[in-house]
Design a protein around this ligand. Structure first.
Ligand code: NAD
Ligand code: UDP
Length: 334
């Protein structure tokens, strides 16, 4: 039987597909390539280009494949864009989930592992953030993902579709051999932007805000390596296959790094000066986000291999140096 990965041509999805194949799974991928890259998909996976919201297309994929469970990465995820175009996010993300669950139910596929996010919590009341803490998103992206979690909850009650919501904190890094990595246009994430400056593609880094109530005034985040994150999805799928009930897990390192600390770490890893300047706060940025991730370690038996940010940055730098243009396919897929 096959695992269907939706959004498997994206940054995190392509690493999950790669890990699934390394562990001997039969894998099919659905992706419309709106932000993903065909070249990121492991050639041993069968690839179907199309949109999660297109039920006729999805039905054909489910007819053709014998699917034991799905892993759902397909979504938009740029917070500032979601503030300007909220309906784009509710359409692609939230309506996409409705479409997928309907097709899963019609084909009697009852297991889904889902990319959720720390953005569903909004401004935390306490640090570290626990899975049981209030979820009050501060932007439409986080709201769209929280709605997806809630839709899965009701679909479980009505149809018995079991889900695991994995709430990622800050994902970074690349496969250590440098063959796949992060390639977003435009890039908005801190680590790849710092490395663009290190590579000479940007003049300097703008650090958004140095007046937060943190150790050095800059935001604090919790970084997790993309391969460790990918492995958590496989553990979550296995957990559902063992007959466990629906649940949600934070995925982070439980350690916080400030934006200035990340810059220093990148200077050390790359040996480059990486010029930086202070800039105004970015709208919607919570001061500190750190996960309590002991639940995933205990219940899913998740054992992240990367436990310091320099090692995480080093894998992203390796990808950057070997693929200065990323997948170099912007004309081909857009
Ligand atoms: P990405 O943009 O690289 O990957 C998303 C993939 O889904 C792309 O390949 C895109 O082409 C595809 N896609 C989007 N809409 C689709 C649709 N309607 N039909 C078919 N395919 C579609 O993003 P990513 O960074 O790999 O993130 C993957 C998931 O993880 C997202 O759902 C995101 O919300 C979540 N997440 C990411 C982070 C992070 O730090 N990158 C943090 C928390 C949560
Ligand atoms: N950030 C920054 N400059 C940039 C990009 C990001 O200072 O060019 C900061 C951002 O304000 C946040 C942190 O880096 O405090 C992580 O941002 P990112 O977008 O990578 O992830 P988020 O925490 O928003 O999911």
């Amino acid at each position: 039987m096959a695992v269907l990965v939706l959004g498997g041509a994206g940054y995190i999805g392509s690493h999950a597909v790669d890990r699934l194949i390394a562990k001997g799974y039969d894998v099919a991928v659905v992706d419309n390539l709106v932000t993903g890259h065909r070249a990121a998909v492991n050639p041993k996976a069968r690839f179907y280009q199309g949109d999660v919201r297109d039920q006729d297309f999805l039905n054909r994929v489910f007819d053709q494949e014998d699917i034991e469970g799905v892993i759902h990465f397909a979504a938009f995820s740029v917070v500032p864009e979601s503030m300007e175009k909220p309906l784009k996010y509710f359409d692609n993300n939230t309506a996409g989930m409705v479409s997928l669950l309907e097709v899963m139910n019609q084909h009697n596929v009852k297991k889904i592992v889902f990319s959720s996010t720390a953005a569903t919590y909004g401004e935390p009341k306490q640090i570290p953030i626990k899975e049981t803490d209030p979820q009050i998103p501060t932007n439409p992206y986080g709201e769209s993902k929280l709605m997806m979690e809630k839709i899965m909850h009701w679909a479980d009650l009505a149809y018995g579709i079991k889900f695991i919501a994995l709430r990622y904190f800050n994902v970074a890094g690349a496969k250590p051999d440098g063959s796949i990595g992060e390639d977003h246009h435009p890039e908005t994430h801190l680590v790849p932007i710092i490395l663009q400056v290190a590579a000479g593609e940007r003049d300097e880094l703008s650090i958004f805000g140095d007046d937060y109530p943190t150790k050095d005034g800059t935001n604090v985040r919790d970084y997790v390596h993309v391969v460790d994150l990918a492995d958590a999805h496989i553990l979550a799928l296995e957990y559902l296959k063992a007959g466990h009930d629906s649940d949600a897990f934070n995925l982070g390192s439980s350690t916080g790094f400030s934006n200035k600390e990340m810059l220093e770490a990148a200077r050390k890893v790359t040996g480059k000066p990486i010029p930086a300047k202070m800039a105004p706060r970015r709208a919607g940025d919570p001061s500190t986000l750190i996960a309590a991730s002991d639940k995933a370690r205990k219940i899913l038996n998740w054992k992240p291999q990367f436990d310091n940010v320099e090692d995480i940055i080093a894998t992203a730098w390796n990808w950057k140096q070997t693929h200065p243009e990323g997948y170099n396919d912007r004309q081909a897929t857009k």
